[in-house]
Design a protein around this ligand. Structure first.
Ligand SMILES: [Zn+2]
Length: 60
């Protein structure tokens, strides 16, 4: 079986500094507290400029 445990999914997010979508580096799933309860989000950095990126996945 292939090593599917590793998170190799490519995630893109909009980088405000590059002003375009970039592949998120070191993407980690985090939970943030929202009005309707916890929400899942991805946190990472832009591979080009190193700016923090954030992408909301939806409700947990
Ligand atoms: Zn960038």
């Amino acid at each position: 079986m292939a090593d599917t445990d590793k998170d190799t999914v490519k995630v893109t997010a909009y980088c405000v500094k590059c002003r375009k979508k970039q592949e998120m580096k070191d993407a980690k799933e985090v939970q943030m507290k929202g009005k309707g309860g916890p929400r899942r989000a991805l946190k990472g950095v832009c591979p080009v400029c190193g700016t923090g990126m954030f992408r909301i996945l939806g409700k947990a």
